[in-house]
Design a protein around this ligand. Structure first.
Ligand SMILES: NC(=O)c1ccc[n+]([C@@H]2O[C@H](COP(=O)([O-])OP(=O)(O)OC[C@H]3O[C@@H](n4cnc5c(N)ncnc54)[C@H](O)[C@@H]3O)[C@@H](O)[C@H]2O)c1
Length: 283
């Protein structure tokens, strides 16, 4: 519990899927009294945003309804992270509803559209980079403009940005070149913006989870196991064998790290890409 989070206002992007990291992050923040704009894409959009990859508006509403049992200050908003005006509208919604914005969690991401490097198409490459990296840039830009216009809060600062990277922010892996490039790119974006925003007392960090069996994670397991000629259980067993703590991550592991980075206790941490990987990634 972080008492200094009570009453703060946050946007969590890509938070509309049951069992997803975004929903868990939103729950953790809501438990500490954070007022929330829960965001997601809200609808499928052809092969680049298929059913197994995106959250429907109805599911987003259900997630919000569940979180309203913690407190009533939770609204939903759909926007395509690839479209700058829609992301600007997302930040404007937070301000319209709650009068301010303290925290942005950039969680929306495309972790599908995988495949052999030489078979990658421009359309797939652009979609992954546009959501995971350009979308985070848009959201940071409008969120930070708002945060800079607000007063500094003693002991806490003027704002917090937390972007969800991945173990793929630090190491490469086969069949996922665009995803890995986008998540490495987020590290550079985070470090640069952290330096620029230091004088504004806005902390800019990342959480880098390893595998979590969310809806997206399940799809990844099936895809990777199939490409390796393994069963899903064999694939997961090999993965657990590489993780010093002996298990894959949970959404709550990531949510706990996010809440810490949003709290006053992380006041002196900025520009970090924090591994939450049971020791699988160490740099
Ligand atoms: N699950 C894992 O193993 C894992 C590991 C490391 C990092 N991550 C990262 O965590 C984040 C959440 O992943 P998750 O596993 O909870 O999956 P998820 O599918 O539940 O969450 C991703 C969300 O992004 C949204 N999204 C996709 N395209 C969008 C667009 N154009 N505009 C707006 N929203 C869009 C989806 O609708 C979805 O709700 C992602 O950034 C992912 O890369 C996941």
């Amino acid at each position: 519990m972080y008492p200094d989070l009570d009453g703060k206002v946050a946007i969590v992007t890509g938070a509309g899927r049951h069992g997803g990291l975004g929903a868990a992050i939103a729950r953790k923040l809501a438990e500490d009294g954070v007022r929330l704009v829960l965001h997601d894409l809200g609808e499928t959009k052809g092969a680049m945003a298929p059913e197994h990859g995106v959250g429907a508006a109805s599911e987003l509403e259900q997630v919000a309804e569940e979180l309203r049992t913690l407190h009533p200050g939770i609204v939903t908003h759909t926007a395509d992270m690839r479209v700058e005006s829609e992301v600007e509208g997302l930040v404007a919604r937070a301000v319209a509803e709650f009068g301010r914005l303290d925290i942005l969690v950039n969680n929306a991401g495309v972790g599908y559209l995988f495949g052999p490097f030489v078979e990658q198409t421009q359309e797939k490459w652009d979609t992954v980079l546009d959501v995971n990296l350009r979308g985070a840039f848009f959201a940071m830009k409008y969120a930070i403009r708002q945060m800079q216009a607000q007063d500094e809060q003693p002991g806490w600062g003027r704002g917090r940005i937390v972007s969800i990277g991945s173990r793929g922010s630090k190491s490469g892996s086969a069949l996922t070149s665009s995803y890995i490039a986008s998540k490495h790119g987020l590290v550079g974006l985070t470090r640069s913006v952290a330096i620029e925003m230091g004088p504004s007392q806005i902390n800019v960090n990342m959480v880098c989870p390893n595998h979590v069996t969310t809806g997206l994670g399940s799809w990844q397991n099936e895809y990777m196991a199939q490409m390796r000629g393994q069963s899903v259980e064999e694939y997961l067993e090999a993965m657990r064998g590489r993780i010093p703590l002996g298990r894959v991550g949970t959404p709550e592991d990531t949510a706990n790290a996010c809440a810490f980075l949003c709290s006053g206790q992380a006041r002196y941490i900025t520009g970090e890409a924090m591994n939450v990987s049971g020791g699988e990634e160490m740099h």
